[in-house]
Design a protein around this ligand. Structure first.
Ligand SMILES: C[C@@H](O)[C@H](NC(=O)OP(=O)(O)OC[C@H]1O[C@@H](n2cnc3c(N)ncnc32)[C@H](O)[C@@H]1O)C(=O)O
Ligand SMILES: Nc1ncnc2c1ncn2[C@@H]1O[C@H](COP(=O)(O)OP(=O)(O)OP(=O)(O)O)[C@@H](O)[C@H]1O
Ligand SMILES: [Fe+2]
Length: 565
């Protein structure tokens, strides 16, 4: 008998009925899958469940056969050590079939049961095959799109889609033009012959939205724009957005490793953009092989083995499936004691005068009180899109930095702007980034500033802990004067910088999103974010409207699994 761990994995959250056997000693992963292919339209939950009902027993049997064939122990010993299954997120009717099969098998073989979060499995398979320590992970799947990073025992959601998953968005467009499911590979194919047309591009901090670009794409198709041009431009904008937010996540966390997960990760253009972005900033990029990107039981078995080694099994009575299972709900038992991301590390050493942000190269001259910010070309983006974004953002940053200041929010004084060159010259403010000086008092101050912007009818757009400076402000406002208003100690006073993603709006939703972006960045950078999140709300309440905070609670309640509806 061998003592190597072998795990049987079962997957069936939506379309892939799949079973796998992972052998931890040889690192071999055997996968047997049977995809559901809708006759027309997208995934129908009932049809998908019928498919699972038929196909799960078949693929499980095939995987078990493989396990028996490769098993060296006596026939009385079970061929696998545990059964791991996707507990969610996914379509309820499909999940229940998988759950039932897994429970039955665990009882029949008398081996433990392991409940795996499908999204965490998409991430862990990349960590497993790359050997990276603590990467940021971009999950680009059908029903989801989000950025995850490990911190303090959980995978934190640094950013995510504000509406549909990325694959579903693409699939809806292809349905509109009459193509069969799944649409992603067809868009990739058609894009080869396309030319660039202007389409919306929406990122808010590390969150992003696909609804605007998708309606524009459908309208363009209805108006007779060549479909290959739309496909090409959809890929450029949608994948450009995902690449940009990934870069923001690397910049915010200080990580220099990125892994990709999910079915859309099979797209060569997406991988090319991520690869190029990472190369440009000196980070490492890894995409697992295609059979591990699309939904598959291999990733369930691999994570199952890690959980098994950590003793993370579940009792039958606790093994209910969860269609809304979020990755940040999972207690990451299999990584305890591992090193954390070195958060708070900047890209520049003390004394060095150049900082590479997510967007720009920033030259700091504190002794003369000056900062020069240059949005350099991002070669992963289409040049037309790149020119447009850099120009727009430079102009907006100049305009809103000054406007905020007039509305009483401390920001740097602007001394020069050149939109064509995407270059700004600003006053040097503060002593350090908020990321390195988090305190309830300082974030309370930020809460007040955001409320004041919103009261004036615009949003910051990217209020992260790196876009707030703390400590002695710029040239005006003597320390005494500011201390005299009795609010915060001088050391906790904050200035806002980097307004390039800001815009005018009177929608409560946009104000709530602004706060949500700040919240997520606190969650991503602080060990104990709760008191800080509370302090932001306190500060906001003092100046702004309660209904924005109410809307913020709605926004937080979203981000649930969305079916293909
Ligand atoms: C919860 C679970 O059921 C769900 N699964 C899922 O979405 O299947 P996945 O295999 O990760 O991704 C399927 C999506 O991946 C897209 N896709 C496949 N090949 C593609 C390609 N070459 N380019 C773009 N998209 C592609 C398909 O169009 C489809 O939308 C998820 O992970 O969100
Ligand atoms: N006016 C300023 N005064 C002092 N420091 C500044 C100023 N502007 C920028 N910095 C420093 O440079 C860093 C990067 O600047 P900025 O956020 O504007 O660039 P970016 O590329 O847009 O970054 P990101 O998109 O990652 O937020 C800031 O985090 C801050 O440390
Ligand atoms: Fe998936």
């Amino acid at each position: 008998m061998t003592d190597t761990v072998r795990i049987l994995g079962i997957e069936g959250t939506a379309w892939a009925a799949s079973a796998a056997v992972f052998d931890a000693e040889t690192d071999d992963v055997f996968i047997e899958s049977d995809p559901y292919q809708p006759e027309s339209g997208g995934i129908h939950p009932r049809e998908a469940a019928e498919h699972m009902h038929d196909a799960i027993p078949r693929v499980v049997e095939r995987a078990l056969e493989h396990a028996r064939e490769t098993h060296s122990g006596p026939a009385t010993v079970p061929p696998v050590d545990a059964i791991a299954f996707s507990r969610g997120p996914g379509l309820g009717p499909c999940l229940r079939i998988v759950g039932t099969a897994a429970r039955a098998l665990s009882q029949a073989l008398e081996v433990p049961l392991i409940g795996v979060n499908h999204m965490v499995a998409h991430l862990e398979i990349g960590r497993h095959s790359s050997g990276f320590d603590s990467p940021v992970c971009l999950n680009a799947s059908g029903a989801n799109a989000h950025l995850l990073a490990y911190r303090n025992g959980r995978y934190r959601v640094l950013g995510e889609t504000m509406d549909t998953g990325v694959g579903n968005a693409i699939d809806k467009f292809t349905r509109h033009v009459g193509w069969s499911h799944p649409g992603g590979p067809k868009v990739e194919e058609a894009a080869r012959d396309g030319e660039y047309i202007d389409l919306p591009y929406v990122v808010k901090g590390m969150d992003f939205s696909f609804s605007g670009i998708m309606s524009a794409a459908k309208q363009a198709a209805d108006a007779g724009t060549p479909v290959e041009d739309i496909c090409y431009s959809l890929q450029e904008n949608v994948f450009g957005m995902l690449t940009e937010v990934s870069e923001r996540a690397l910049s915010l966390t200080g990580s220099d490793e990125l892994v990709l997960g999910g079915g859309v990760g099979q797209n060569a253009r997406l991988r090319e953009m991520l690869e190029e972005m990472c190369a440009q900033r000196g980070a490492e990029f890894h995409a697992p092989e295609p059979r591990f990107l699309r939904d598959n039981a291999g990733m369930i078995a691999v994570l199952g083995a890690k959980m098994y080694a950590a003793g993370d099994t579940i009792a039958l009575e606790d093994s209910r499936v969860d269609p809304d299972f979020r990755p940040d709900q999972v207690a990451v038992t299999w990584r305890s004691g591992e090193p954390e991301l070195a958060l708070g590390r900047g890209e520049a050493d003390e004394g060095e005068q150049r900082v590479r942000g997510a967007e720009a190269l920033v030259t700091l001259e504190p002794e003369v009180g000056r900062v020069t910010k240059h949005r350099e070309a991002k070669t992963y983006r289409h040049p037309d899109l790149d020119d447009r974004l850099r120009r727009e953002r430079t102009t907006l940053e100049a305009r809103l930095t000054s406007l905020a200041r007039r509305e009483g929010v401390p920001t740097p004084v602007l001394s020069d702007v050149d939109p064509l060159e995407a270059r700004l010259e600003l006053e040097y403010v503060g002593e350090r980034d908020l990321r390195d000086a988090l305190s309830p008092a300082s974030v309370r101050d930020v809460g007040r500033h955001l409320a004041r912007l919103h009261e004036s009818g615009f949003v910051h757009g990217d209020p992260t802990t790196r876009n707030v400076r703390v400590g002695r402000a710029g040239r005006d406002g003597s320390p005494d004067e500011r201390a005299a208003d009795g609010r915060e100690r001088d050391a906790d006073r904050t200035s806002l910088i980097d307004f390039g993603l800001g815009y005018h709006t009177d929608h409560i939703e946009d104000y709530a999103m602004d706060l949500h972006v700040f919240d997520q960045s606190l969650v991503g950078t602080a060990d104990d974010p709760e008191p800080l999140r509370e302090a932001v709300r306190e500060g906001y309440r003092a100046v702004g409207e309660e209904r924005v905070l109410e809307r913020l609670r709605d926004v937080e309640g979203r981000g649930r699994y969305q079916s293909d509806a």
